[in-house]
Design a binder for this molecule. Sequence first.
Ligand code: PEP
Length: 252
Amino acid sequence: MKKLIAANWKMNKTAGESALFIGEFKKIIKNEKNADVVICPPFTALSAVSGELKGSGIKLGAQNMHFEDFGAFTGEISPLMLKELGCQYAILGHSDRREIGEKDGLINKKVISALKKGIVPILCIGETHEQRIKDETQDVLESQLTGCLKGVENISNVVVAYEPVWAISKGNPSQKAATKEDAEEAHLFIRKLLEGMYNEEAAKKTRIIYGGSMKPENAKELLAMPNIDGGLVGNASLNPKSFAEIVNSANK
Ligand code: PEP
């Protein structure tokens, strides 16, 4: 399956800085024949990045969205607005948002709404450190997955991002990623869950990507695992050179 490598810039880069990044990145990226590349800048930079990406084959994504198309939702951004700017993906249920109160029910509404608009949800799930040491990882993954996918018929239109919260860098470049074995074990478990919820064929076609301190030094070994279909990259995607190295390692 073609890998998917997505950049989650979080609350970093102005529109001007984002445009400069894309200019640099396009010069050093190799032909992305084995990987789909998605850039998810802050909302304020979507328009500038959209312009810079034209004709490049690199796709645009948002970091969040509301589930309604329009209305009295101060400070929110709708799927229609994202579509108009050329967004094809939206990160939903990221742990940064779960930490400030987003729950599976709300994330589920967003997933359904994105799919209706033809936006591919990058649905983030993953356990915290506390849950992991209490041996609750599988329960957490199962309840997040079932809660967020209620009513979703065509699972292969969703990208599932396994993001163990304890491995996310939060901007610290020395944070360790999950080992390739631990990540693979979780990905295989998610694949099996999807098989049970849907069927073997659909589960096989669904991309399950890994996020949590992926960087040039570990990307190749993580991406070589049989059930790791790509990466969601935070800190290491802020620099065009390191993000290009990650993408290029998926292309080898
Ligand atoms: C993320 O928060 O989605 C993420 C993967 O961040 P990082 O790569 O910095 O750990």
